[in-house]
Design a protein around this ligand. Structure first.
Ligand code: SF4
Length: 317
C-alpha cells in the first residue's frame, strides 16, 4: 500500500525574514520591463506576510514571465508551455499548507494553456494567479498573442493582426465558479502590491491580470495610459482594493463598483472607453475543489485501507 509522505507536517524553524531571504539571482529581464515591478511586489508581499520560503511555491509556464521562479528563493517549478495551472492544481491537491503562486503570460495562458486556465478557474483551488499580459509573444521575439490588439503589426502579422483580441477578464468572468478577478498595472506599485496582497488572502483562486509593459517589443502599448491617466478607471469600494490617497490621486477617474455583483463586473470588464483597474469580482461563497480533494489527507495507510474496505463492503452480495 502506497502512502503519502507526511514529513511536510514538520514545521520549519521559526525565524524573521527580510527581503534578502527571498531574493536569488539578478533578473535578466530587459531594463524597464514590467516583470521587475511584479517581482518587487511579490518580494515585498513575501517579506510583509513573513511567508516561510520552505512553505512557498512559485509555478510558471513559458515566456519572459516564466523566469520568475528563478529569481525568488522559494520552491519553484518552471513548467511546460501553458501548463503552470495543472501543476499548481496538483500541488494544491496534496499540499493545503503551502503558499501557492502562479505566474503566467498572455501567450502561455490564453493560447496553449486556455483549457487549463478555464478549468482552473472553475476548480477554484486556493492560489494566486498572476497573468502578466504584455500583449505579445516576447520571448520568441514578437509574434501576435491572443491579446495583441487588432491591426497591430507583429512578426506573424506584418500588415497588422487581423483579429480582435481576446479579453482575459471577460473570459474569466464567464467561467462558472470564478471567485476573484482583478486588474492592476505594473507602473503603479501601491496598487499592484495591494492587489497582490488581496489576492493572496483570498480563500480560492485569485485571478489577477497585470497590464505589463514590454518596452522591447511593445514600447507604445501602455504609453498613452501612462501619459493620460484619464483613460483608466479606478474601481473603488470598501470591499475592493485599498490604496492610499496619494496613490489613488494618480487616477483621474474613479467609480464605486460593488465587487460582489457579477453582472456589474462583466460590464466593467467589457468597457472599451476606459481601462478598469481594481477588484472586479469577489465572492467566497462558491465551491473549492481543493477542499474536496484534500479529504483523506493525513490518514494513515491502515486507516485508508479500512475506509476502502468499508466502502467495498457495501457491494457484498
Ligand atoms: Fe520584458 Fe519584453 Fe524584455 Fe521580455 S522582451 S524581458 S517582456 S521587456
Amino acid at each position: 500500500m502506497f502512502e503519502l509522505k507526511q514529513d511536510w507536517e514538520l514545521e520549519p524553524r521559526l525565524r524573521h525574514f527580510v527581503l534578502e531571504d527571498y531574493t536569488r539571482a539578478v533578473p535578466r529581464w530587459c531594463p524597464g520591463c514590467g516583470d521587475h515591478a511584479v517581482l518587487a511586489a511579490f518580494l515585498r508581499l513575501a517579506r510583509d506576510e513573513q511567508l516561510v520560503p520552505e512553505k512557498t511555491v512559485v509555478v510558471s509556464g513559458i515566456g519572459c514571465s516564466g523566469r520568475f521562479p528563478h529569481y525568488v528563493k522559494t520552491y519553484g517549478f518552471h513548467g511546460l508551455h501553458g501548463r503552470p495551472l495543472p501543476v499548481a492544481c496538483g500541488i494544491r491537491s496534496r499540499r493545503p499548507d503551502l503558499n501557492l503562486f502562479v505566474i503566467t503570460g498572455d501567450g502561455d495562458s490564453c493560447a496553449i494553456g486556455t483549457g487549463h486556465w478555464i478549468h482552473a478557474i472553475r476548480y477554484n483551488m486556493k492560489m494566486t494567479v498572476l497573468l502578466l499580459d504584455n500583449h505579445i509573444y516576447s520571448m520568441t521575439k514578437m509574434q501576435s498573442s491572443p491579446t495583441t490588439p487588432e491591426d497591430h503589426a507583429s512578426n506573424t502579422h506584418p500588415r497588422g493582426n487581423p483579429l480582435p483580441p481576446l479579453n482575459p477578464l471577460t473570459v474569466t468572468l464567464g467561467v462558472q465558479n470564478a471567485s476573484f478577478v482583478a486588474q492592476t498595472i505594473d507602473w503603479n506599485p501601491p496598487h499592484l502590491y495591494a492587489t497582490l496582497r488581496a489576492a493572496h488572502h483570498h480563500p480560492g483562486l485569485a485571478f489577477v491580470r497585470v497590464l505589463q509593459r514590454c518596452p522591447h517589443y511593445m514600447p507604445e502599448m501602455y504609453q498613452s495610459l501612462q501619459q493620460d491617466s484619464s483613460r483608466m478607471l479606478l474601481l473603488t469600494h470598501a470591499d475592493g482594493i485599498q490604496i492610499e490617497e496619494s496613490a489613488a490621486r494618480l487616477f483621474k477617474n474613479k467609480e464605486e463598483h460593488e465587487p460582489s455583483d457579477l453582472t456589474a463586473a462583466r460590464r466593467q470588464a467589457e468597457r472599451e472607453d476606459v481601462v478598469p483597474v481594481g477588484l472586479l469580482y469577489h465572492t467566497e461563497s462558491v465551491k473549492r475543489y481543493d477542499l474536496y480533494s484534500a479529504r483523506g489527507l493525513g490518514m494513515s495507510a491502515a486507516a485508508k485501507a479500512e475506509e476502502v474496505q468499508s466502502e467495498l463492503n457495501g457491494f457484498l452480495i
